[in-house]
Design a protein around this ligand. Sequence first.
Ligand code: NCD
Ligand code: ZN
Length: 347
Amino acid sequence: MSTTLSLTRPDDWHLHLRDGDALRAVLPHSARQFARAIVMPNLRPPVTTTALALDYRRRILDARPHEGPGADFQPLMTLYLTDRTPPDEMRRAREAGIVALKLYPAGATTNSDAGVTDLRKTYATLEAMQREGLLLLVHGEVTDADIDLFDREAVFIERVMQPLRRDFPELKVVFEHLTTREGAQYVQAADRYTAATLTPQHLLYNRNAIFLNGLQPHLYCLPVLKGEEHRRALVQAAVSGHPRFFLGTDSAPHAAALKEQAGGHAGCYSALSALELYAEVFDAAGALDKLEAFASFHGADFYGLPRNRGTVTLKREPWQLPQTVPFGEATLKPLRGGETLAWRVVQ
Ligand code: NCD
Ligand code: ZN
């Protein structure tokens, strides 16, 4: 069995970098592994305009390591779609190098209160995005109180994805952090304008893990982990070689204290060992030969961006992930913190 694996440098197509001290704490972890990342715009206040995104991009570039691995990391900027995003902002956004807009249904997740209340309110903007070639990244959950939490994604397909695909057939849409078999089947059957990202936590764990040995707040993320049949369907999609499934960690740092309190925050911090965690999933499925395309080719191809140059090397070598990492004044507990991982990035 081979003990090292070299891949073209991968990209993370869904990442939360935050701002300020938090940004400076987490950015080196992603930059060490990934050449580029799609940076989510759910800051407080959200990144809703081209000008705000360009300022944020500058702060991210300033937080990069000055030399060595990660010094050339490139953030790919997104805007936060609201009911009032002006259609004429789309041309400015495209000219400034912004690649996508993120749809958060209002109230769906962390910092989403400025999100979209009714997709029809955004139709003129979606039209402009389709014209300009900007992608729409969706948090695919309905938020109605009468829908069971575990059915939010399946209902989103019926109520939002189907009309969206019908009305904007050439708008590229990424169904972010897919969590269900229904979602995987939907994307598999869709045409070349629909893709999906898959996170390490949804590939590694099912919802039992949240409740094993007492409540596990560090496995609470949104969308919530689903049952084992769903996890298996996601693994199958990831290792299938299908070009419209790709890597997106949804690494979402929150201070440990804020996750461990009542009303704890949602989000798993996976950036510290993201590629290693995906390697474990592909290894367990006997599909290490499919990891490179999933991590390094499919996303770039779908976004219409060049594939990266250079490589990253993974070694089969047990190592212990730290239990905590500094996070400004606070601490952060990484996914799998304190546990032994089977693969390690050795550059
Ligand atoms: C994300 C965050 O904390 O920003 N949390 C999460 O559980 N994934 C928001 C999101 O992507 O839904
Ligand atoms: Zn996210």
